[in-house]
Each structure stands twice: as structure tokens, then as C-alpha cells.
Design a protein around this ligand. Structure first.
Ligand SMILES: [Zn+2]
Length: 71
């Protein structure tokens, strides 16, 4: 099964949360909204979202791409 993840061109780092490409694109486009949701969510987020948000926070302002890992 094809996995998708984020790749930071500036740091040459990748992360592959367990989710679909569409979800990763959604989170990347709405990073700031998602972070607000996370802040007000006491029950905790899905693991992929926590993982994705952490990566986007670490690489804010960097060139982050969505890549596939099918190799
Ligand atoms: Zn980076």
C-alpha cells in the first residue's frame, strides 16, 4: 500500500503519518486551523494528526512537500 508523508526540503527530513494523501493535504492547507482545534480538543487528536502537526510546527516557514513512499 502506498504511503504518503511530508518532506521538508530545507532540513531533508520526512515523516509518514498513517493517513491518506488527501488528509495530509488538508492538514497542510489548514495547519493554523487544525492547531486551534488541537488546542481545544481535550480528548486528543488522531495520532496521524498529532504527528503531522508536530512536523508542520517544526518546519514552519520551510518548504514542506507531500511525497509518496512506494519504493
Ligand atoms: Zn524544515
Amino acid at each position: 500500500m502506498q504511503r504518503h508523508g511530508y518532506f521538508c526540503e530545507d532540513c531533508d527530513k520526512t515523516v509518514f503519518p498513517t493517513t491518506t494523501r488527501a488528509e495530509l493535504a488538508w492538514l497542510k492547507d489548514r495547519h493554523h486551523v487544525a492547531r486551534e482545534v488541537a488546542r481545544h480538543s481535550s480528548g486528543g487528536l488522531d495520532h496521524w494528526m498529532t504527528e503531522g502537526l508536530a512536523f508542520l510546527d517544526d518546519h514552519a516557514g520551510h518548504s514542506v512537500l507531500i511525497i509518496s513512499k512506494d519504493r
